[in-house]
Design a binder for this molecule. Sequence first.
Ligand SMILES: Cc1cc2nc3c(=O)[nH]c(=O)nc-3n(C[C@H](O)[C@H](O)[C@H](O)COP(=O)(O)OP(=O)(O)OC[C@H]3O[C@@H](n4cnc5c(N)ncnc54)[C@H](O)[C@@H]3O)c2cc1C
Length: 440
Amino acid sequence: MTQVTPDLSSVAGRVLLPADPGYDEHSQAHQLAVRQRPAAVVDATSVDDLRAVLAAARASGLTVATQALGHGASEDLEGSILVRLGAFDRIEVDEAAATAVVGAGVTAGALTTRLAGTDLVPAVGTSPDVSLVPLVLAGGHGWIARQVGLSAQTVRRVELLRPDGEHGWVDDTSDPDLMRVLRGAGGVVGIVTAVEVDLLRAPALTGGTATFPAEAGAATWRALRDAPLPDSLNVFVSSVRMPDVPFLPEEVRGRDWFAVQALSVDGDLSALDPGVTAGATASAFAPMDASGIAGLTNDPREPGASTGVSALLTELPDEAIEQLLAWHASDAGRAAVLLGARRLGGALDDPRRGSVVDVSGARWLLSIIAPLPPGADPVAVRGAVSHALEILRPWTVPGLPPTFLGSHQGLADAVSAEAIDLIRSTRARLGADVIRATRL
Ligand SMILES: Cc1cc2nc3c(=O)[nH]c(=O)nc-3n(C[C@H](O)[C@H](O)[C@H](O)COP(=O)(O)OP(=O)(O)OC[C@H]3O[C@@H](n4cnc5c(N)ncnc54)[C@H](O)[C@@H]3O)c2cc1C
């Protein structure tokens, strides 16, 4: 396809067009399953750069796609200018107020590192490498979700460049409908340059992992399901089946295991002991500050190609756990390297702020990740792992945090029809047709 060449001559930051050296590497996202071919890649250094990008896109009939590192990349971006905001890297922490202003280029890991030595915790997810702004704009389920709700619920206000070039803060008083959209579908109404978020005060933060033989998975998961978890405790379970491939380290290659990861904000992990952790082969829980969160799971750090499916569950009876883990142990299930589930409830049932995303009433967030080796057909692999969702069909409820959408899904798979109407009308009100929104 012949692409239009936008006039980006007034942009101060780096601009790469398809014929320029470095374009191929720089247009690539962290998610390697997608080959991005935007009309240009811009490293914006200022709001004026962003305004110039919006004007150039309009003048040449293109749209603007904003991306941090592209962990969530799902399409080729043909017909768009890709903007990266790595230069928007401010972190301003107000320790007394337990809030932080966080720029669009700040990763979760940079924020938790900045908070080392304090008793403050941000609503980050498992990967230190994803950026906080896209996480909160698309709902986000993080380590302190049972205390604060979805990560979007911690957003106090948003610094937004509107499609008409106006730049400034928006909050629940100035525009509650826009804030509802920004807390869940935020990437579709403008370019966010920063957010101000609540931090949770947690002086006795304690976390870690207990590891079990794969065969102990069903009993462990049942015990965890039945344990009286206090709202101060967050738990994730993982069934891991590592392929026997040469690029994996010797200690994990070809191995299967089950793990329980937990983070308590008040140091009370007694609900796990002894019923849940009794059969663990290794168990290490320790006091930590926010900087310890990065090490709680071993999320892959290198760019890679993967696909996956997720679902919200109302309950998890014995038969669901047993069938799921039996599927994961089968030849077909081995396509999935990780079958993970996060315990919901607590503050997730009682959202304090307006948002298009709502997971109240759901009890588990299930996600299944399958790597895509070179030559693999993503549709076939996704079809294979989708079998797990068939097993769970009786206990599945509609909705997802949009950060858990697969590349094949749209916002309508995550939010209600009423929310989709609000997102569309807000886009129309702001004149946001220049902002790429393929998932809508
Ligand atoms: C290893 C791994 C672990 C993960 N763990 C979790 C987890 O625990 N919880 C969770 O909820 N999610 C999790 N995710 C999903 C992750 O939150 C999404 O992939 C998200 O897209 C963040 O990735 P990114 O920072 O690279 O953002 P990108 O993929 O670069 O951006 C995603 C989208 O956000 C929008 N966007 C980005 N920046 C802006 C901006 N400045 N203004 C307006 N719109 C913008 C755009 O629409 C863009 O397409 C994980 C992903 C991976 C790969």
